[in-house]
Design a protein around this ligand. Structure first.
Ligand SMILES: [Zn+2]
Length: 200
């Protein structure tokens, strides 16, 4: 249970709050909100929350542990974890986040490349099924190794098989930045960190 504070504007325009008002069946009390500029509303719906980023060296054990495959349909707990991870990577800010980086040893990653025109999405049980022979270097950083950047050489193109959060099987053919982010996150799911791959 959480307590949220909404402004009158939110409620009267019924943008964000309409659905929640219906849950509570307090839609008819909207004039109440016009009296009070700030109103506290109690409800049971969970909202995404920021998760603690697990970093080296203190969290190495979790970052190096084996990650388990997920089964469908996903549990409520895992669906909440996905929403929390989406918020966490957005706020960090980062372009990808794997579940072990927030302390969950699951085969789950979020790709967050909205800035580059790709809608943020969750990838479950991903595997690289093919990769180009040609490798290209790129400077990479990692939310689990704050402040450290280095050149990493990876295949320029990959094809990844996995599942959406709805359980739909997908294949992603990627090049450029998306190819690099997918490989970086899949490495996390196999307990590999960029520090293992820095070009000397
Ligand atoms: Zn990383």
């Amino acid at each position: 249970m959480r307590i949220l504070m909404w402004t009158r504007r939110h409620c009267c325009e019924c943008q964000i709050s309409k659905f929640k008002c219906q849950i509570l069946d307090i839609g008819s009390f909207r004039h109440l909100f016009e009296i009070c500029y700030l109103t506290f509303v109690i409800y049971n719906e969970s909202m995404p929350k920021l998760l603690r980023l697990h970093t080296l060296p203190s969290d190495e054990k979790i970052l190096r542990a084996k990650n388990s495959e997920l089964t469908f349909p996903l549990s409520t707990k895992v669906r909440e974890l996905i929403e929390d991870m989406k918020l966490t990577v957005k706020k960090a800010p980062g372009i990808g986040l794997a579940a072990p980086q927030v302390g969950s040893n699951l085969m789950l990653a979020i790709i967050h490349l909205e800035e580059f025109g790709i809608k943020s999405f969750a990838l479950i049980n991903p595997k690289i099924v093919s990769k180009s022979i040609r490798k290209t270097p790129m400077e990479e950083g990692c939310l689990s190794i704050p402040g450290v950047f280095g050149m990493v050489k990876r295949p320029a193109k990959v094809e990844v098989a996995g599942f959406t959060e709805q359980g739909k099987a997908v294949r992603i053919k990627a090049d450029k930045l998306l190819a690099k982010v997918l490989q970086h996150e899949i490495d996390h799911l196999n307990a590999i960190l960029i520090a293992d791959k820095f070009v000397k």
